[in-house]
Design a protein around this ligand. Structure first.
Ligand code: GDP
Length: 455
């Protein structure tokens, strides 16, 4: 354990109501006592954990700010160490001055993610739970935040631990049987082993599958709004984003560049690109926009093809339909408030989902959300919140699953129990790396490298 006392600003670096300067380590309370004087005269070192005091922070005899100091005593703190949190006024200058005072009094500046890293090293969180802390912070939708919180509280770790316990049990049995033949340990049957391993493999498969849902929740779906000029793409974008970002205009072809916006719709985040309307054009600047739009279409994870209900389908519309053929796509028939001229039958062959909307009147958003959920099969997100969120977790889970499959394969072709034990133990090692029970410093450093200072 590293006992040097560290400090950092744990709130955002911007003017705000309050800022919190977090101090953690053996010396956290004594160091804070050097700069903080409570109004009541009580020293922080005489205070119990989970108590706070109103007072002032001083540097060189000069008062910097009025603060509330909260004392946490090890091991009952976020990091598991002594912690003092100084809540001062959230001015950028004042916050920096309070941090400076703490550092001058003997604390070291905290590295990125160091508080959470200490929590991990002190056994307050496993590695999966620590990663979830970062995911809570970066969550942009309700479902994503809720899933990350569940994982922080151990939902995924418990599942992994359950699988690991089964594998450990089988490996221990096989080892005991091989190592102590004179002990009369009952031989485990192949059927029993295969059944247990198949169940473990299936559980790991389910967890691996959850990665796609995790990505959707966390990173959002890269979505392109495609459609001819004037069909109402910008209006729809603004409706979804909830505020005006791109220019809404009735002159054709004025959205010349790509406007991007992340919008949270219920459980899903769409990273929306409102592209220049695709159409054949002589205008040079507009044609650059059209090219960009085409490139976007090729990489999109979801294409919302917008059509004008009050117009018949044109060749340009047909071209858009063709360009959307390879990606999951939804047809949006917009302007349903106007008399209809569009032949919906022509769209039915091309799109599984057709949504009728009036972006102008804010009609149809709910239907659109439901259609997106059907396309992405995210309707069951609520019931499956123990998701894997990152590549590290995914690849370790896949490796563990592959080892379990190897063990099953070995059993099926009648290999010795030795060979099977090796595969099971390898699977266990991957799961231990996943939760951080057995992990190199390098991996730990890499995980926390992605955190920000103060976390
Ligand atoms: P874009 O070129 O596809 O981005 O289209 P805009 O969003 O700029 O809209 C073009 C015109 O259609 C504007 O005058 C909008 O007010 C109008 N418009 C957009 N959506 C609707 C709708 O649902 N109903 C009607 N009647 N007009 C709409």
């Amino acid at each position: 354990m590293n006992n040097k006392t560290i400090a950092a600003v744990s709130t955002a670096k911007a003017s705000a109501g309050i800022s919190v300067i977090r101090v953690s380590g053996d010396g956290a309370i004594d160091i804070s006592d050097k700069i903080f004087k409570s109004k009541s005269g009580t020293k922080l070192s005489d205070m119990k954990g989970y108590t706070c005091a109103l007072g002032d922070v001083y540097t060189g005899g000069e008062r910097i700010d009025e603060c509330i100091a909260t004392v946490f005593r090890e091991p009952h703190s976020y990091t598991g160490e002594n912690v003092v949190e100084l809540s001062c006024h959230g001015g950028v200058y004042v916050t920096a001055a309070v941090l400076r005072a703490v550092l001058d009094a003997g604390a070291q500046p905290a590295q990125a993610g160091e508080f959470t890293k200490r929590a991990f090293l002190n056994g307050k969180l496993d590695l999966i739970e620590a990663e979830a802390v970062m995911d809570i912070i970066s969550s942009r939708s309700k479902a994503s935040a809720r899933a990350a919180l569940e994982i922080k509280d151990g939902a995924l770790s418990e599942r992994i631990d359950g699988i690991k316990a089964v594998l450990l049990d089988k490996a221990a049995h096989l080892n005991a049987w091989a190592d102590y033949p004179e002990e009369d340990i009952p031989e485990i049957s192949s059927e029993e082993l295969i059944s247990a391993l198949t169940k473990a493999g299936k559980e790991l498969d389910d967890i691996i599958k959850s990665y796609d849902n995790g990505r959707i929740l966390k990173d959002g779906i890269d979505t392109v709004l495609a459609g001819k000029p004037n069909v109402g793409k910008s209006t729809l974008m603004n409706l979804l984003a909830g505020f005006d970002k791109s220019i809404v205009t009735s002159v054709a072809g004025t959205t010349r560049d790509i406007v991007e916006e992340s919008v949270a719709l219920d459980d899903i985040v769409l990273n929306l690109s409102d592209t220049a309307g695709i159409r054949t054009t002589g205008d040079e600047i507009e044609s650059i926009g059209v090219e960009k739009a085409r490139a976007k279409l090729e990489t999109a994870a979801l294409i919302l093809c917008v059509f004008d209900s009050s117009k018949e389908l044109s060749d340009d519309d047909m071209e858009i339909i063709d360009s959307a053929a390879d990606a999951p796509s939804i047809a949006i028939i917009n302007k349903t408030d106007l008399p209809s001229k569009l032949d919906e039958e022509k769209l039915k062959d091309k799109f599984k989902e057709i949504v009728r909307m009036s972006a102008k009147n804010s009609d149809g958003v709910r239907e659109l959300i439901e259609a997106i959920k059907r396309v992405y099969a995210v309707s069951d997100l609520d019931s499956n919140l123990t998701l894997i969120y990152n590549e590290r977790q995914r690849s370790l889970t896949i490796n563990a699953r592959n080892c379990v499959h190897e063990a099953i394969e070995a059993l099926n072709i009648g290999m010795t129990f030795d060979a099977i034990t090796v595969s099971i133990e390898e699977a266990i090692a991957y799961l231990c790396e996943l939760t951080g029970e057995r992990v190199t410093d390098e991996v730990v450093d890499r995980v926390f490298h992605n955190f920000c200072v103060g976390k």
